[in-house]
Design a protein around this ligand. Structure first.
Ligand code: SF4
Ligand code: SF4
Length: 346
């Protein structure tokens, strides 16, 4: 593998993510509208705790164990949710047997699906009144040690040295799907029409024009940061390396992922007498540690300490970064407006 010069990364602030799925849809309409991609959602926002997408992905294996590449389960199309076939003709043109001549709401035709990209959304865990959940946007991590690249027998997958984006040469892909077995995040999809695997390309053409990826640019929660890890003036470096409040997901998978998460703080539990339990957290510490590793506790302590400072009327440089008063503060050098790029190209 070529040694890389720089690494692009993203940070998702899970305290700002509202689970609106705008990122998922922004990606869907940009990249997966063609043949064979109907079931592909390169960006999905899972509810935690939950089975996520593909269903039960955290138990499917892959990544590195004892520094050795392992091939895990190949997720089935039905575990992603298949491709749904809606009754558009009936709704938009009044065709078919639907009662009401197209006035019925959209429903799925044919075989009823048993799973989907956000099937268990908002179910969460815990018992009322101490129920809890948080949203977890997930896409390819453009890992520093990408198991998919090492596993590919056709040398179709590679990591660009200039920015660390993991790509594939589809002309070389022979459809073995070893990449999908090796990826522990299960973020590779097989195009059954074309016989090749596909995955998030970090909106490569946009990145090359200085435009932030669509998932980040469209996020109404200003929850997503983009930039190079070594850009000491940018938010990524500050959140990951200086403040150490942004954590990789499942670092134990061994692929050194480059999507980072500011962990969710969550509300305090309510006692039986209605008082607030200030000493514990409603989101179990063990769950957060399982997802983000043991450093998550220090990250939460830092976040809570800085929040307390601002509540007392003080200033916090960390809170200023996380709030991002101006949207351009989210994206380092990737602040070009996509409309300007389109107009230049005309
Ligand atoms: S998340 Fe999976 S597909 Fe993406 S670079 Fe890492 S191992 Fe490869
Ligand atoms: S668009 Fe932003 S707020 Fe909405 S689900 Fe995605 S990351 Fe969360």
């Amino acid at each position: 593998m070529t040694s890389q010069n720089r690494q692009i990364a993203m940070v998702f602030d899970l305290n700002k993510c509202i689970g609106c799925q705008t990122c998922s849809v922004a990606c869907k309409v940009l990249w997966t509208r063609n043949e064979g991609t109907d079931y592909q959602w390169w960006c999905t926002v899972n509810t935690v705790p939950g089975q996520g997408s593909p269903k039960g992905w955290e138990a499917m294996g892959g990544g590195y164990k004892d520094d050795t590449l392992t091939l895990g389960k190949l997720p089935e199309r039905s575990e992603f949710g298949g491709g749904w076939d809606f009754n558009y003709d009936e709704v938009f043109y009044g065709k078919g047997k639907g009662a009401g001549g197209g006035q019925v709401p959209l429903r799925v035709k044919g075989e009823q699906p048993t799973w989907g990209p956000n099937w268990d959304e908002d179910q969460g865990g815990g018992k009322y009144p101490n129920s809890y959940y948080y949203y977890l946007p997930r896409l390819c991590n453009h890992c520093t040690r990408p198991a998919c690249v090492e596993a590919c027998p056709s040398k179709a997958m590679y990591k660009r040295p200039e920015d660390g984006i993991v790509l594939r040469d589809e002309a070389k892909c022979e459809g073995s799907q070893d990449c999908a077995k090796a990826c522990p995040y299960k973020k590779i999809f097989f195009n059954h029409e074309r016989g090749v695997s596909q995955h998030c390309i970090m909106c490569l053409p946009r990145i090359e024009d200085g435009v932030a990826p669509a998932c980040a640019r469209q996020c109404p929660g200003r929850a997503v940061f983009v930039g190079f890890l070594d850009d000491t003036s940018g938010p990524i470096h500050k959140l990951v390396n200086e403040w150490k409040v942004a954590m990789p997901l499942h670092p134990e998978y061994g692929t050194k992922p480059n999507m980072y998460y500011v962990p969710p703080i969550g509300p305090k539990p309510i006692n039986a007498d209605g008082s607030i339990d200030e000493d514990t957290n409603r989101i179990p510490d063990a769950l957060l540690e399982e997802q983000f590793g043991p450093d998550v506790h220090q990250a939460l302590a830092t976040l809570q300490g800085e929040m307390a400072k601002t509540r007392e009327g003080g200033k916090s440089a960390l809170m200023d970064i996380l709030i991002a008063y101006q949207w351009k503060e989210l994206f380092s050098e990737f602040t070009v407006d996509p409309v300007d790029v389109e107009q230049e190209g005309q």
